[in-house]
Design a protein around this ligand. Structure first.
Ligand code: GTP
Length: 606
């Protein structure tokens, strides 16, 4: 006797996880296409990666979800809810968010590259959520594909069976159906009482100017429909549901969402703070006893100041940050002031990429002109009077004589790379004060290195340096380990004798002189000449350790334009104006926005 048919038996909720570039988005597109959701013509190049920024960088940041309908080989129709995940070392937290809404994860591994740092990191996150992992080997069309070796590697390094893993080419659309079959067979159907009190997990949200905050939810128990009075369990706010729906892939209203479903809820929620990712939605008239377990809250690891450029409004920036925070709980901010830059915000990020993305989203989506100061990690300072303080902003570092000890965050870093580049990696890590803990050979060609590294050496451009020193083949994953005492000093920058607090940073004492020199040189390159000479100095505790001077020059852009070419003159003046817009007056010196980014760049050869 077969057991009676249950609606949930025909639902599968899953994510795709992969190391960057192993083909996650390409596979997602193929799955959408092969289940007939969209015709070829309608298919954009990459449907799930909607944001411009992502396209540019080729990484997925914002979560998206899509309902697919698949007629399986067993003759039944299944609803497959595919929840997209971001793919970068900075965003493991967001991966956890989408995994919390699933029962399984398709693990895509490039059949020529093999297991990489984020393959392992993502598997670990899926494991923590108790998900079924379905391995898939992609890019088997490549002549360099070595599926048998990589299957073995998956079994050895990850410890899951890979014998039956589908061998696919997402690019050519080869064996895509095997992936759908594996999802149907291996990923468990959702369970959860449809008639119990409502419990819905908000795994993402976005702001829609007409409908207010839209909560993307996984219904774990109970049901929700238009008119249901819902309560946000953490926010303790009650709303009446205006609409529930699903993504196919655009938002489409349905009558009801029940346990096991993935969809969205709108309820004219005007204040974005009332619709926090990770919160549980319940029925206000019949509330659940307890909220769902959230996932581990992400701790920002990198802080920087964000200030309005000339003429921008502080309130508009606050509003924009609040909107971004709605679906990015890892972003934190609080007001701060800078002598050089005025009123702004101290913002916390997961890492440098996260910082750059938020900065660019503020500039593009909200059309804001901003200045971001040097990023900093959080230092733990014990003062001579016994007080312990956490310092996120170098400007707040107490006077030297009142500091007893300073500790800095240390991370555990795992680096995967081809054996040819081991020497380069070791050199890089040594330059960044790393301590090697172990080195394992994955096979004859690849190694895994385990290092301890101070976070303040990783946040600036470690990832870029790693990529360039391994021709793109190295991969990195890191996590916070502990605070450790360290010999740190505050490095200040003076422009025309004025201390510019926005440039101050905390560095290891052995690095201070070389960093100071590089910063002065970089600033000399990017700050335009003024009508007076501008000394650029780096100092530690009042002692100047490096100096450059920008010589005086009068800039007359029209000097070259003799004759009557008025349109050319106009163009030059426009260009100069445009250039001005990106300038910021710091004391008596005009500094281009770019300078703030330049000071961060390390020079590993110095
Ligand atoms: N040869 C070959 N190339 C593929 C295949 N699948 C994907 N690619 C290519 O690999 C690159 C990365 O693919 P994506 O789908 O963007 O990778 P991703 O894992 O989504 O990357 P992120 O969004 O950065 O996480 C693209 O240039 C794809 O065209 C495949 O089966 N064969």
């Amino acid at each position: 006797m077969s057991k009676p048919l249950n609606r949930q038996d025909k639902i599968r909720n899953f994510s795709i996880i992969a190391h960057i570039d192993h083909g996650k988005s390409t596979l997602a597109d193929r799955l959408i296409q092969s289940t007939g959701l969209l015709t070829q013509r309608e298919m954009k190049e990459q449907i799930l990666d909607t944001m411009d920024l992502e396209r540019e960088r080729g990484i997925t940041i914002k979560l998206q979800t899509t309902r697919l309908v698949y007629k399986a080989k067993d003759g039944d129709e299944y609803i497959l809810n595919l929840i997209d995940t971001p793919g970068h070392v900075d965003f493991t937290y967001e991966v956890s968010r989408s995994l919390a809404a699933c029962e399984g994860a398709v693990l895509v591994v490039d059949a020529s590259q093999g297991v990489e740092a984020q393959t392992l990191a993502n598997v670990h996150l899926a494991d923590v959520q108790g998900l079924e992992i379905v391995p898939v080997l992609n890019k088997i069309d490549l002549p360099s594909a070595r599926p048998d070796e990589i299957k073995h590697e998956i079994e050895e390094v990850i410890g899951i069976l890979a014998e039956d893993a589908p061998l696919i080419s997402a690019k050519d659309g080869l064996n895509i159906e095997d992936v759908l079959e594996a999802v149907v067979k291996k990923v468990p159907a959702p369970s959860g009482d449809e008639n119990g009190p409502l419990k819905a997990l908000i795994f993402d949200s976005y702001y829609d100017s007409y409908r207010g905050a839209v909560a993307m939810v996984r219904i774990k128990e109970g049901q929700v429909r238009k008119g249901t009075k819902i309560m946000m369990m953490a926010a303790k706010k009650v709303f009446e549901v205006a609409e529930v729906g699903i993504f196919i892939p655009s938002a489409t209203p349905v009558e009801v969402l029940k346990a096991g479903d993935v969809g969205y809820i709108t309820a004219s929620i005007k204040n974005v703070k009332d619709c926090r990712v990770g919160d549980t939605i319940t029925d206000a008239d019949r509330p659940a006893a307890e909220p769902l377990p959230g996932y581990k809250k992400a701790q920002p690891m990198v802080y920087c100041g964000i200030y309005p450029a000339e003429g921008e409004s502080y309130d508009v920036i606050r509003d924009a940050l609040e909107k971004l925070q709605l679906n990015d709980a890892a972003l934190t901010f609080e007001p701060e002031t800078s002598v050089a830059l005025g009123f702004g915000f101290r913002c916390g990020f997961l890492g440098l990429l996260h910082l750059e993305i938020i900065q660019q989203r503020l500039e593009r989506e909200f059309d804001l002109d901003l200045i971001a100061t040097s990023p900093s990690v959080i230092y733990r300072v014990t003062k001579t009077d016994g007080e312990v303080i956490m310092v996120q902003n170098p400007t707040n570092l107490p006077e030297r004589q009142s500091i007893l000890t300073m500790e800095e965050p240390i991370v555990d870093a795992h680096i995967f790379c081809p054996t040819d580049y081991v020497g380069n990696i070791m050199e890089l890590c040594q330059n960044r004060r790393g301590v090697m803990l172990s080195m394992d050979y994955l096979d004859a060609k690849r190694v895994r290195l385990h290092y301890e590294l101070p976070l303040n050496e990783v946040i600036y451009d470690f990832f870029d340096a790693l990529k360039s020193k391994t021709r793109g083949y190295g991969s990195l994953d890191y996590e916070f380990k502990e605070y450790r005492e360290s010999d740190l000093v505050k490095l200040d920058v003076l422009l025309n004798k004025d201390l510019i607090d926005a440039f101050s940073m905390i560095v290891h004492s052995t690095k201070a002189v070389s960093r100071g020199r590089v910063i002065c040189e970089k600033l000399k390159e990017v700050i335009p000449r003024h009508q007076f000479a501008v000394p650029i100095q780096a100092s530690i505790g009042g002692n100047i350790i490096a100096r450059e001077t920008i010589s005086a020059l009068r800039k007359d852009v029209l000097a070259k334009c003799y004759g009557g070419d008025i349109s050319r003159k106009k163009k030059l003046l426009e260009k100069q104006k445009e250039g001005k817009k990106k300038m910021r007056q710091l004391g008596s010196v005009e500094v281009p926005q770019q300078a703030f980014l330049e000071v961060l760049k390390y020079d590993d050869n110095k």
